[in-house]
Write a protein that binds this ligand. Structure first.
Ligand code: BTN
Length: 324
């Protein structure tokens, strides 16, 4: 796209002026077309100074999540091939599912500045104000439905690695899908699949990261349970940078996963686990019990030894770590 190319040329010049003529020449378009594209960039929130007979200069980027910003310099092949950004959505899951059902490409990403009906696991509400990263990715893995839990674990590893790499924080994973820092939940993952008994048609991986969210303001009831990266670091961080880095990590792991190397990812998951070895309380639809989290099996299910010594396989449910 011409607009993307102009933006990247302006960015390369690092706030120096670039003449309209040189842009036109480089891109093989007229100067009027350059001007029209600059106008379009301004509409998206970019601040571009224009000086007659000198040219254009990029002086400011929008703080909004835009396709242009996310895709600029994104080093992936599949993830983010298409990025749809919205100012407000009910839930990115719903839009991603619609796109998936319409046959969109694997790796399509839906991002929202905020969600009005963000969804968590087990039908819970997911508070999604401005400042967080709320995104869904469409996947089309060639796996039997019983392996879908593996994707949750893959995603947890990708998020934890991204947080570790970008901010140097000790991110851990609580089975099956919470990413914690210092014991506080900073990210939740919701994986939904559509398919038949023996094959998956598509999966939608929803990731919610409390990046720059102030819980004391938006939801005081979550203070002490959830925290945001900005609260932990004491400064705001770039959502675009997080999304790009996460897509890179996720793609790397997904490619490994597609090559039947889930076992390698499981080793990483276990190294990042906050749950294994701990006393846990499991609450499922039918019952609640306490035990010791022993391991995660190759399907991604949690193995818990209960008081009578038997080992139970936890497929779904809520697991809390008991720290006494
Ligand atoms: C959980 O821990 O309960 C899972 C939370 C998942 C939240 C994300 S935010 C992006 C995507 N859209 C949603 O409505 N939910 C997921």
């Amino acid at each position: 796209m011409v607009k993307e190319k102009i933006l990247s040329l302006l960015k390369k010049k690092n706030k120096e002026y670039v003449s309209g003529e040189s842009l036109a020449k480089k891109l093989g378009i007229s100067r009027t077309a350059v001007w029209k594209n600059i106008k379009a960039l301004k509409k998206e929130g970019y601040k571009v100074a224009a000086k007659p007979r000198v040219g254009y200069r990029l002086i400011g980027k929008p703080d909004l999540l835009s396709t242009l910003e996310i895709k600029d310099g994104l080093k992936t092949r599949i993830f983010g091939c298409k990025v749809f950004c919205f100012k407000e959505l009910s839930s990115t899951q719903e839009v991603a599912k619609k796109l998936a059902a319409q046959g969109c490409a694997e790796g399509t990403v839906v991002v929202a500045e905020k969600q009005t009906k963000g969804r968590g696991r087990i039908g819970r509400e997911w508070v999604s104000p401005m400042g967080g990263v709320w995104l869904s990715i469409v996947l089309r893995p060639e796996i039997p439905p019983q392996h879908s839990q593996r994707i949750t674990l893959v995603t947890g590893v990708a998020v934890a690695k991204t947080i570790r790499k970008l901010y140097g924080l000790d991110a851990k994973i609580k089975w099956p899908n919470d990413v914690l820092v210092n014991g506080y939940k900073v990210c939740g993952i919701l994986v939904e699949a559509s398919g038949e008994a023996d094959r998956i048609n598509y999966m939608v991986v929803g990731v919610g990261v409390n990046l720059n969210v102030d819980f004391a303001k938006v939801n005081p009831s979550l203070v002490g349970i959830a925290a945001s990266i900005s609260q932990i670091l004491g400064k705001k961080v770039s959502r675009v940078e997080f999304i790009r880095e996460f897509l890179v990590e996720m793609e790397k792991l997904y490619i490994l996963f597609s090559r039947s190397k889930f076992n390698q990812i499981l080793v990483e998951w276990k190294n990042l686990s906050e749950t294994l070895g701990c006393k846990v309380k499991v609450i499922s639809q039918k019952e609640a019990f306490v035990g010791k989290a022993l391991d995660v099996d190759e399907d991604g299910f949690l193995l818990v030894r209960v008081e009578d010594g038997t080992v139970r396989k936890i497929v779904a449910g809520d697991v809390s770590i008991r720290r006494e």
